[in-house]
Design a protein around this ligand. Structure first.
Ligand SMILES: C[S@@+](CC[C@H](N)C(=O)[O-])C[C@H]1O[C@@H](n2cnc3c(N)ncnc32)[C@H](O)[C@@H]1O
Length: 345
């Protein structure tokens, strides 16, 4: 029976969420303009109108709600943080803006390298990605990350992650979730793992990430639910057995990796997957995916510290996956993301 009530609740919740993050997005832009030290970058390629962006986002939210109606997966449950804690984080995001903004003037400035947690992590990793104070290495950054990302995507980061559910659901049809293992590669603060746990209560879940602070936040996301094994390790050398996973996911990781590390991580994903296993990749759109939006991708690394994004935006992901033995299943481009589903040979 269609879950119409679930769909209505999902749509209402998502609309409220969108309104809130849209307002934060505008407020952050306004505040940044007041700081006004660097001129805004004008891309040479076309950018979408506000209307096109919102229409595409509405389509994403609608398809998520329809999947809930059809019982394909549960409604989004984003309630791991209390409203008060959420507001405190929003406040902290605005409070951090002046120092993050000041670092824009000096592309090489980084607070991450000075953190104690930077000892032993790869050189490319100890940077202030997005201009986050402390990079990925501090509790403060882990607490702000989700608010920052949802503000950037106007509440669409969660729904973009959830597009992984359709291929996972298809793969799991007829399989016993108690015997299945999913690894979320670079799980960050665990937002996706939480959604997977709600959809698959009996599946074995593992999350790998280099940031202890982000893994701590991920553990809190899973509070009250059956947990996941959270592993502090580089994605290019995961301490996991060969052919031990049925499903690997990787969300918003690859654009932050140097080209050679992207390839090492892909080889690792192929190594840990069982033959026939599923790889679900979600990251930014690439140049040419939506030609009328290319200007957004051109402008992104001017606005945020994203040293590897430009290379990512034209990298041959298909060729890279193929070379690692991950064969094409499907590719689509929900809103600002690229969803690539691959199967291990
Ligand atoms: C943009 S965040 C994405 C996090 C999460 N997947 C999400 O959907 O929000 C990038 C994450 O990748 C992690 N990361 C970056 N390079 C890594 C590496 N080489 N090995 C493991 N984790 C890495 C960071 O610590 C951070 O948590």
């Amino acid at each position: 029976m269609p879950n119409t009530v679930g769909m209505a609740a999902q749509l209402a919740g998502q609309s409220l969420r969108f309104g809130w993050y849209f307002a934060l997005n505008r407020a952050l832009d306004w505040r940044t303009d007041r700081l006004g030290k660097t001129p805004r970058y004008r891309p040479s390629r076309p950018v979408p109108s506000q209307r096109e962006l919102l229409a595409d986002q509405a389509q994403l939210l609608m398809s998520d709600a329809l999947a809930v109606r059809d019982g394909l997966y549960p409604p989004m449950d984003d309630a791991a943080a209390s409203p008060l804690r959420h507001l405190a984080r929003v406040w902290a995001m605005f409070a951090d803006l002046p120092q993050a903004y000041a670092r824009r003037a000096d592309k090489d400035a980084t607070t991450a390298k000075a953190e104690a947690a930077a000892v032993g992590v790869p050189e490319y990793y100890a940077q202030d990605f997005h201009f986050q104070t402390g990079g990925y290495l501090t509790e403060g950054s882990a607490q702000l990350y989700d608010v920052q990302v949802e503000t950037l995507f106007m509440g669409a980061a969660g729904p973009m992650r959830r597009t992984a559910f359709a291929p996972i659901g298809e793969y799991m049809r007829g399989r016993d979730q108690r015997k299945a293992t999913l690894i979320d590669v670079a799980c960050g603060t665990g937002r996706f793992l939480r959604q997977v746990r709600l959809a698959y209560p009996a599946m074995t879940l593992k999350g790998v990430d280099l940031s202890r602070a982000y893994l701590g936040e991920a553990a809190r996301q899973l509070d009250g639910l059956r947990g996941a094994e959270l592993i502090e390790a580089p994605a290019e050398r995961m301490p996991l057995e060969d052919a031990s996973a049925d499903i690997a996911t990787s969300i918003f990781l690859y654009h932050e990796l140097p080209p050679d590390v992207r390839r090492q991580v892909t080889a690792e994903v192929a190594r840990v997957l069982k033959p026939g296993g599923l790889f679900v990749f979600i990251d930014s759109l690439q140049m040419g995916d939506k030609p009328g939006w290319d200007g957004l991708l051109e402008a992104f690394p001017h606005r945020f510290h994203e040293p590897y994004y430009r290379h990512y935006s034209t990298d041959d992901l298909d060729g890279m996956f193929m070379a690692a033995g991950l064969e094409a299943d499907m590719t689509s481009t929900p809103f600002l993301s690229k969803l690539m589903v691959r199967r291990k040979r």
